[in-house]
Ligand binder design. Structure first.
Ligand SMILES: [Zn+2]
Length: 149
């Protein structure tokens, strides 16, 4: 079994605001991320597929197929978008790195053309990323979050 990873980058804006909390609570919990007009990030997404290389092609999956899938499901949906209002899969969710990673997992997992989705890693910045694995996605728990500093 081999793990194959493809990396893409997209830019998007978001705002953290929970309508069930008061404006004061939102500011306390989310700090600057609650600023009313939102802010942007350059996200880096790593998609890892596991499988055995084909004896005919030597590949786990056709990279063209994976690129098309990522263009269609992620770039067209999220690049240069406001994640709070333009991505229906995030409606009603706080668009944290964790929740975006989980949405990306659920979008990609059923459509991986060969092999199996092993991990989705989403960097919100160089020192913050969220990982989503099969177990985390299937039981609905948010993926783990790791801060580098
Ligand atoms: Zn942010």
């Amino acid at each position: 079994m081999v793990l194959l990873t493809r990396k893409i980058e997209f830019s998007a804006s978001h705002r953290y605001d929970n309508p069930n909390l008061s404006p004061e609570e939102n500011r306390r919990v989310f700090g600057k991320c609650n600023n009313p007009h939102g802010h942007g990030h350059n996200y880096t997404l790593e998609v890892t597929v596991e499988g055995d290389p084909s004896p005919i092609t030597g590949m786990v999956l056709d990279l063209k197929d994976l690129k098309e899938l990522l263009d269609r499901e992620i770039m067209q949906r999220m690049d240069h978008r406001n994640l709070n209002v333009e991505v229906p899969e995030l409606a009603g969710k706080i668009p944290t790195c964790e929740n975006i990673a989980l949405v990306i997992w659920n979008l990609l997992e059923p459509k991986i053309p060969a092999g199996k989705l092993h991990r989705v890693r989403l960097y919100e910045s160089a020192d913050l990323f969220a990982d989503c694995y099969r177990a985390a996605a299937s039981n609905g728990h948010a993926p783990s979050r790791k801060a580098g500093k």
